[in-house]
Each structure stands twice: as C-alpha cells, then as structure tokens.
Design a protein around this ligand. Structure first.
Ligand SMILES: *[C@@H]1O[C@H](CO)[C@@H](O)[C@H](O)[C@H]1NC(C)=O
Ligand SMILES: *[C@@H]1O[C@H](CO)[C@@H](O)[C@H](O)[C@H]1NC(C)=O
Ligand SMILES: *[C@@H]1O[C@H](CO)[C@@H](O)[C@H](O)[C@H]1NC(C)=O
Ligand SMILES: *[C@@H]1O[C@H](CO)[C@@H](O)[C@H](O)[C@H]1NC(C)=O
Ligand SMILES: *[C@@H]1O[C@H](CO)[C@@H](O)[C@H](O)[C@H]1NC(C)=O
Ligand SMILES: *[C@@H]1O[C@H](CO)[C@@H](O)[C@H](O)[C@H]1NC(C)=O
Ligand SMILES: *[C@@H]1O[C@H](CO)[C@@H](O)[C@H](O)[C@H]1NC(C)=O
Ligand SMILES: *[C@@H]1O[C@H](CO)[C@@H](O)[C@H](O)[C@H]1NC(C)=O
Length: 378
C-alpha cells in the first residue's frame, strides 16, 4: 500500500525543482502516515499477521491504521504496557492464540480503546490483572479456551469477571479449561453476556446462583463431569427465557438422584441435544438414553453398595491384624534368648523390690514407730 502511493505521488510535475520538493514532501508524508510493516509480519489492508515466528513480544511499531492483528503461534510469555506502546484507535480484533502467555498486566489494553474481539486461546495464564482493560472498554467477544495453566487460575479468572470491567461482553468462551466448579455469582458482573461455553471442562456441578445475572441464550456444558443435575440447577435454567443448553458428553449416573432431571427433560425443550444424553452408570444401564428412562423406576442401591464396601474393609482389617501377629511372633522368636534374660532381670528386680517393700511395710506397721513419726511431725 505504501509503495504504490509513493509511486503515484512521485510522477513528474512541471519542473525539476518541484520534483525534488515533492519527493521530500512525500517522504515526510509517507513516514508520518504509513509506518510500513514490522519485520516478520505480513500486512494487507489493515490486517497485520505475524504468525509462527518464535516472537517473544508484539512487533513494533505497528501501522497506525491496523484493524486486525494476528500474533499467533509465537513465544510471548508476558503482556505488559510495552506490548502496545502507541494508540491504535482502529484496532478491533486481536488474536494472540498459541503463545506461552503467563501474565496479562494492568493497563495492557489501554491503547486499544475500540477492541471488540480478543482471542487468548491456548496460553498458560497464571496472572490476569482485573485492570488489563480500560474503563469503558468495548470488548464483546473474549475467547479464553484452553487459556489457563491449570485449575489454580480460577481466582485470577474470578477477579477479572467480577470486576465489572467487562460490561459490554456478549460472548465468553471458557472451554477446554480444567475448572471443577464455579462459585455462585461468578458471572453476575457480565450484564450483556448471551453466549457462554464451558465445554470440555471438569465441571461436576452447576451451583445455585452460577447463572444469575447475564441474559444467557446459549450455554454449552458438553463434555464435562456432570453426573446429575439437582432441582436448583434446573430451576436456574428455567428462569432464563429463551435459553438453549447443551448437555451431551457428561457421565450421567442413572440412579434415583437423576429422577428430577429425567422428569424435567421430558417436557423441556430447553436442552437442545437431549436426544443425545446417555447413562454411563450403573453398568446395566450403560448407553441407555435418558429420554427413554422411566423416572419412577430409577433406584439407588444404598444397602448393596455399603454392604460390599463394609465386607471389603473387614477382610482388609483381618489381613492387617494377621500380618501384625505374624511379625510379632517372628520378633519374639528371633529374640528368645534376649527375652529370657530380660525376664530373669525383671524377676530379680521384682524380688529385690518386694523385699524392700516388705521391710518398709514392717517398719510402718510397727505402732511404736508410727507414733514416733506423728510426734516428730508435730
Ligand atoms: C521461548 O522462550 C523461552 C524463554 O523465554 C526460551 O527458553 C525458549 O527456547 C523459546 N522457545 C522457542 C521455540 O523459541
Ligand atoms: C466512561 O463513560 C462514562 C459515561 O459514558 C463517562 O462519564 C466517564 O468519564 C468515562 N470514563 C472514562 C475513564 O473514560
Ligand atoms: C475460541 O477459540 C476456539 C479455538 O480456536 C474456537 O473453536 C472457538 O469457536 C472460539 N470461540 C469463540 C466464541 O469465538
Ligand atoms: C479438553 O480439554 C483438555 C484440557 O483440559 C485438552 O487436553 C483436550 O485436548 C480437550 N479435548 C478436546 C476434544 O478439545
Ligand atoms: C437459589 O438461589 C435463589 C436466588 O438466587 C434462592 O432464592 C434460592 O433459595 C436458592 N436455592 C437454594 C437451594 O439455595
Ligand atoms: C424437584 O422438583 C419437582 C417438581 O417441581 C418435585 O416434584 C420434586 O419433588 C423435587 N425434588 C426434590 C429432590 O426436591
Ligand atoms: C447427537 O449426536 C450426533 C452424533 O454424535 C450428532 O450428529 C448430532 O448432531 C447430535 N444431536 C444434537 C441435537 O446435538
Ligand atoms: C442394585 O443391585 C442389584 C444386585 O446387587 C443389581 O442387579 C442392580 O442392577 C443394582 N441397581 C442399581 C440401580 O445399581
């Protein structure tokens, strides 16, 4: 873009002096409006791509008119104030997926006031400042799929989501992270969020209050570790008008605790993939579709289960006691001489002691001596 503009502008005018002047003018014009493309990047019509180049920072300087920036598949570990040192008014789309990002510092995105979409998938985030985004930011889509190092980053995620800074966010992708449970109220400060993906996590429950706040329309809970959904969760779903939920790929345990879900599924259109929900437990119900179950016939085997566990633990206890006994006997046997000597010693000691005691007893029981000791006390 820059070179073509220079050529067009550099066409000969009426005189040689003008030509020289024009060149100088154009040089300045080009230098100030179009800074060219950073090394290692490809630039085309407001899109800058610096992909798979082992870069450890965002290339600088970026063209002022950049709208979409891709710095993907590199080796960036930290996003700090130095990452975006100049204001990029037009930048709306930022793709940083496939880096090694561990920390996102405070005020990082202050120079990107019109950012709409941010992709941080496939990183190793441990620290994420709640003030990374400017006040009044316009961010709408935040992709944090597989973005966190491990489940210990939950606090970090919480502080960003609950800070209230993401007031314009409509879509949040938290799929492929290892979170086990979210505290109630985690999404209350996202007043515009309509799409939420929690696919392929390790969620074991959806706590009461998790969904309060945002006007959710699409909720993806596929491929988690949900074994049942209690009434409170079903009530939360039902409270969201127009909500669509995906639940396939969870290890449903088809016992009495699933009764409420099975009843509810039959007359709720809200779970769009309800045809695809199948039992994993117990063994005799594997692969049975939840919709085909008769809720009233779901039962729990409390007694059978606990009996089995109890029997196993008795057997185990017996084995341990037997082992201790054998070891004890073995020690006795190996030490039989020492033990004999030890018993003789004890017997002798006892005899000495008893004799001494006997002697003292005789003295104490002699009334004359007893009187003596009472008088001396006085
Ligand atoms: C990425 O950066 C780290 C240090 O920051 C370095 O040890 C590693 O070799 C780099 N990896 C690549 C592929 O350049
Ligand atoms: C944010 O927006 C509000 C209302 O539009 C405005 O009053 C406030 O000054 C803005 N804050 C900043 C830091 O721009
Ligand atoms: C987030 O990124 C993943 C992986 O690139 C992609 O499959 C998913 O569609 C993205 N989510 C959103 C909301 O764009
Ligand atoms: C699910 O997430 C784990 C990380 O938690 C990832 O290793 C795995 O590849 C993901 N599975 C799919 C199908 O994306
Ligand atoms: C669930 O939360 C709602 C309000 O968010 C509350 O009214 C209800 O009592 C809670 N239910 C339970 C079982 O905690
Ligand atoms: C769940 O709700 C249904 C219908 O509202 C009710 O029949 C059932 O007893 C409830 N289950 C529990 C465990 O409270
Ligand atoms: C159910 O699963 C099948 C196969 O895995 C898939 O093709 C289909 O789209 C799923 N149905 C829904 C409603 O998600
Ligand atoms: C309960 O236990 C019996 C026998 O122990 C077994 O046949 C049955 O399948 C079990 N039912 C459930 C729901 O686990």
């Amino acid at each position: 873009m820059c070179t073509t503009r220079v050529k067009r502008g550099g066409q000969p005018q009426d005189g040689p002096t003008h030509l020289g002047l024009m060149r100088v003018l154009f040089f300045f014009a080009v230098a100030s409006t179009c800074e060219g493309c950073p090394d290692m990047c490809l630039c085309a019509t407001q899109t800058v791509k610096c992909q798979n180049r082992d870069l450890d920072s965002i290339p600088q300087p970026l063209p002022d008119n950049t709208k979409s920036l891709f710095v993907t598949g590199n080796n960036i570990t930290n996003l700090g104030v130095e990452s975006f040192p100049t204001r990029l008014e037009l930048l709306t789309d930022l793709y940083l997926n496939g880096n090694e990002i561990q920390s996102v510092d405070s005020t990082v995105f202050d120079n990107l006031p019109n950012l709409l979409r941010l992709d941080l998938t496939n990183n190793k985030i441990l620290h994420f400042s709640a003030r990374a985004f400017p006040v009044n930011n316009t961010l709408q889509v935040l992709n944090l799929s597989s973005a966190f190092k491990d489940r210990s980053s939950l606090d970090v995620l919480l502080s960003v989501l609950q800070s209230g800074i993401l007031s314009q966010l409509t879509s949040l992708d938290l799929s492929n992270n290892d979170f086990v449970i979210f505290p109630g109220g985690i999404f209350t400060s996202l007043p515009k969020m309509t799409t939420l993906s929690l696919r392929n996590g390790s969620l074991i429950a959806v706590l009461n209050g998790t969904l309060t706040g945002p006007p959710l329309r699409d909720l993806d809970l596929r491929d988690n570790s949900l074994r049942e959904l209690p009434n409170t969760t079903l009530a939360e779903f039902s409270l969201k008008p127009g909500l669509r939920v995906l639940l396939a790929g969870n290890p449903w345990r088809c016992d009495c605790f699933l009764e409420d879900l099975v009843e509810w599924l039959k007359d709720s259109e809200l779970v769009t993939d309800r045809q695809n929900l199948t039992c994993v437990d117990p063994a005799n119900m594997k692969q049975v579709h939840l919709l085909k179950l008769d809720a009233s016939r779901l039962e729990c085997n409390f007694s059978g289960d606990s009996k089995g566990v109890l029997e196993t633990s008795y057997v185990f206890l017996g084995l341990v006691l037997a082992l201790i006994g054998v070891i004890f006997l073995l020690v006795l046997y190996l030490n039989r001489k020492g033990i004999k000597r030890w018993m003789y010693n004890i017997r002798d000691a006892c005899r000495d002691h008893m004799e001494g005691y006997h002697y003292r007893y005789e003295i104490n029981s002699d009334p004359r001596l007893a009187n003596l000791s009472i008088n001396s006390d006085v």
